[in-house]
Design a protein around this ligand. Structure first.
Ligand code: NAD
Length: 252
């Protein structure tokens, strides 16, 4: 897919990796729909993308709410006239570790912590992908792309039963949709970032953060741009579908 003049929805694009991806897509000439919860963050990302000469519009939407997501994709098509793809990036953590510092295991994870992460990181991805696919099929687009942000944690991360389960589920859905949607030339891909320099990592305890960096063969954090490059690769490479791109400095 040639990104110039395409229309891409990016969730969780108010900051962090999502903002980085929005700016990279805009830099390649794609018009972008910026989805997030915080209006100030949304406005900042929209302004940064507009400076790159594309159309950008913000949408305050909770990706875990079905009615809001349905309205989002209707509004995007009304506003932009078409839809070329979605990057399902919005995500949260509610770790066992942060709540009970000394023994953050499954035994300390509440059902509420479990459900909050599943709602956003798994159900949110399902809802956005479903609505995006339905719209692209209805519009009869020549080509569509669904990118899902997974994580290295999909292999099982201490203190993160909820997050690891959701991020593994995201990869499974990526494979399902490759099989189901290829007939419409809608491709899928997942990205599994390692430790990337964003607010999510900044909120970790310094010792835990240093331990993480020490374990990375490249001995540094990744940057948002490293993930954005993987996202544009999936959009641009028309023989890529159903697979995971790992961008982790060799950590796994
Ligand atoms: P971040 O917290 O900086 O940004 C996440 C964004 O998602 C925020 O702007 C937040 O408001 C938004 N969001 C949260 N819940 C939402 C909801 N219900 N509806 C709409 N928007 C919502 O996080 P980040 O580090 O940029 O991470 C982005 C994605 O990458 C997440 O899916 C995360 O799990 C994944 N990831 C990050 C890292 C990392 O090292 N930063 C590593 C692996 C995977």
């Amino acid at each position: 897919m040639e990104l110039k003049d395409k229309v891409v929805v990016i969730t969780g694009a108010g900051r962090g990796l999502g903002r980085g991806m929005a700016m990279t897509f805009a830099g390649k000439g794609a018009n972008v729909a910026i989805v997030d919860l915080n209006e100030d963050d949304i406005a900042q990302t929209v302004a940064l993308c507009e400076e790159l000469g594309v159309k950008a519009k913000g949408f305050k939407v909770n990706v875990a709410q079905e009615a809001e997501v349905e309205k989002l994709f209707n509004d995007v098509v009304t506003e932009f006239g078409t839809l070329s793809g979605v990057v399902n990036n919005a995500g949260i953590t509610r770790d066992g570790l942060l709540i009970k510092a000394k023994d953050g295991t499954i035994t300390k994870m509440s059902a509420q912590q479990w459900q909050m992460v599943i709602d956003v990181n798994l159900t949110g991805v399902f809802l956005c992908a479903r609505e995006a696919a339905a719209k692209m099929i209805e519009l009869g687009v020549d080509e569509g792309v669904i990118v899902n942000i997974s994580s290295l944690a999909r292999h099982g991360s201490f203190g993160q039963t909820n997050y690891s389960a959701a991020k593994a589920g995201v990869v499974a859905m990526t494979e399902v949709w490759a099989k189901e949607l290829s007939r419409y030339n809608i491709r899928t891909g997942a990205i599994a970032p390692g430790t990337i320099n964003t607010d999510m990592i900044a909120s970790m305890k310094p010792e835990a953060r240093d331990r993480l960096i020490g374990a990375v063969p490249l001995k540094r954090l990744g940057e948002a741009e490293n993930i954005a490059k993987a996202a544009t690769f999936i959009f641009e490479n028309d023989y890529f579908t159903g697979r995971v791109v790992e961008v982790d400095g060799g950590l796994r």
